[in-house]
Design a binder for this molecule. Structure first.
Ligand code: ATP
Length: 519
């Protein structure tokens, strides 16, 4: 069970509206009415996403001695997906509605008995998380279809719902689907493979069939031998990769939380086999990942742990813990950390015929057996888009600050960690009709722009300019005023969260920003 992490306070509607209004995220193919499950990141969203990926890469690869990076291709030999088990087993149960032509994931669909005047009248099906009022409305449709509008509906019975995967053929004939007007339109659940297929080469027959990768991990396993043979890595070591993944999700939803094209940041960490060693590294990575999320600005109390019970583990898994986050739509998986044993490398060894044994020089020297083995793997796997959503939800705040006239004014601000913020600072000349001020501010802007993404704004009252930056989460506002050019060369630095202002020299300002942004 997921732990009770604190709920995010911003609603998904508010967040989606802000994302569109300020250019963080757009629906893909917007001008054609959108395309379900696909998103485009606008100018500010692209910066946030890049900052998340850069922070992960720096901390995971560049600042560690035991992890190297990789950038493998999206389309790989189809045999890889056969060996990994994806061709045969990467599927979700799916249900079609013959009337509405909509498709649902059976394990997210529930069905509840409709009891009218104490007698069974059929079932109503609804998607996980549906409001009670929506379920009752559907149940009343069954009552209307029975032609007895006066019949008493047993609302308590609607709470005794079961997963649709458990429904019998007989029950389905009297079940009203979430978007249907008559019962009996939902099909039996059947497995649906989530991999996107494509064709490679000029032939359009089955031999040309290939897949868009549904995870980046297999690119790492397929290159494990290349990296060991050409690099200087020694167990324990990791290979990390950031890249696109594609899943033909049956019901993409909750904004960028579940989409059909997304990005993953994955690490495969190769270790010596053995229960004790496995537990040591498993715990290490759970802690490392939790602390990393906090380091980029997620509240620790919003992060929870969902330890998968033994009986629900995948066949290859020796333990899985999901780090969950209190998203606006509920507590859900953000980062999966799995002990995959030696399953993947062993599979690739069998299917490719290439040996995946690791020759452990250290163990051999120490006279320890075995010194040749297939390493075990700990896999922390994180979605960039889900991290983006978690960052956006935790950054969103509303408060009241004094306006230019000293009166309280409501403001919306995004409290991004400076490392993640799209703009690190905004530079303002106090007024725009004083050439010396404008020149000085422009020179400072150009100087800072060489190192960071910064913004220049000379238009409007200074309070309004601050407010515009608050809403897009720029942590620091820097104003060049008359004192800068006439007195001591200092500028004003305003803090986004406290709105406090201090004066400092331009050189001190650069050091200050460096410390805040780069740590
Ligand atoms: P879920 O149970 O939510 O479908 P999963 O357990 O299938 O997720 P994994 O296969 O473990 O997910 O993928 C690793 C990570 O990739 C997830 O923790 C998540 O952050 C991200 N991820 C997976 N599927 C999607 C998706 N459709 N859209 C966005 N991110 C995703």
């Amino acid at each position: 069970m997921a732990t009770d992490n604190a709920q995010s306070t911003v609603s998904m509607e508010t967040l989606v509206a802000l994302c569109k209004r300020r250019g963080f995220v757009f629906q893909s193919s917007d001008i054609y009415g959108g395309y379900n499950g696909f998103f485009d990141f606008g100018p500010l969203g692209a910066e946030v996403k890049k900052n998340i990926k850069d922070a992960w890469w720096d901390d995971m690869v560049r600042r560690r001695d035991d992890v190297v990076g990789l950038d493998s291709s999206i389309i790989m030999h189809p045999k890889i997906w056969k060996a990994s088990g994806h061709v045969d087993g990467f599927s979700d149960p799916m249900v079609d509605c013959k009337e509405s032509k909509l498709r649902y994931r059976a394990d997210q669909l529930f069905y509840a008995p409709v009891i009218l005047d104490g007698e069974a009248a059929g079932f109503v099906a609804y998607m996980e998380g549906a409001e009670t009022s929506v379920i009752v409305k559907q149940a009343k449709k069954i009552r209307d279809l029975k032609g007895n509008k006066e019949a008493k509906l047993d609302e308590a019975a609607l709470e005794t719902a079961k997963e649709f995967t458990e429904s019998t053929a007989e029950e389905r004939t009297v079940t009203l689907g979430p978007d249907a007007t008559a019962p009996g339109t939902l099909t039996e659940p059947r497995q649906f493979n989530l991999m996107f297929e494509t064709k490679v080469g000029p032939l359009a027959d089955d031999t040309a069939k290939a897949y868009l990768r549904p995870e980046t991990a297999q690119g790492i396993f397929a290159n494990y031998k290349n990296v060991v043979d050409t690099g200087r890595v020694k167990v324990p070591f990791g290979i990390a990769q950031i890249g696109k993944a594609f899943r033909n999700e049956i019901t993409p939803r909750n904004f960028v939380f579940r989409s059909r094209e997304f990005e993953q940041m994955e690490l495969e960490f190769f270790i010596e086999p053995g229960e004790e060693n496995r537990l040591k590294w498993y715990r290490y990575w759970i802690d490392w990942c939790t602390n990393w999320l906090v380091s980029i600005g997620l509240p620790r109390e919003g992060i929870g742990k969902d330890v998968h019970p033994q009986e629900k583990l995948s066949h290859y898994s020796k333990g899985t813990t999901d780090l969950t986050f209190a998203f606006p739509h509920g507590v859900q998986e953000l980062w999966g950390i799995a002990c995959r044993g030696d399953f993947d490398l062993t599979q690739h060894q069998e299917h490719s015929g290439k040996g995946m044994d690791y020759f452990d020089e250290v163990r051999k020297q120490a006279g320890e057996e075995p010194f040749k083995y297939i390493p075990n793997v700990i896999e922390p796997s994180l979605g960039v888009d889900r991290t983006f959503l978690a960052v956006m939800a935790s950054a969103y705040c509303e408060d009241e600050v004094p306006n230019d006239k000293g009166q309280p004014e409501k403001r919306t601000l995004m409290k991004f960690h400076p490392r993640i913020a799209p703009y690190k600072a905004a530079i303002f000349p106090l007024v725009k009709n004083k050439p010396e001020l404008v020149e000085r501010a422009d020179a400072l802007y150009r100087r800072l722009q060489k190192r960071w993404n910064v913004f220049y704004d000379a238009s409007g009252a200074i309070g309004r300019r601050y407010r515009r930056q608050d809403e897009i989460g720029t942590p620091f506002g820097i104003t060049v005023d008359f004192d800068t050019i006439e007195k001591d060369g200092t500028v004003t630095l305003r803090d986004r969260d406290t709105t406090e202002q201090v004066r400092m020299s331009e050189d001190d300002l650069v050091k200050f920003l460096e410390e805040k942004i780069e740590g």
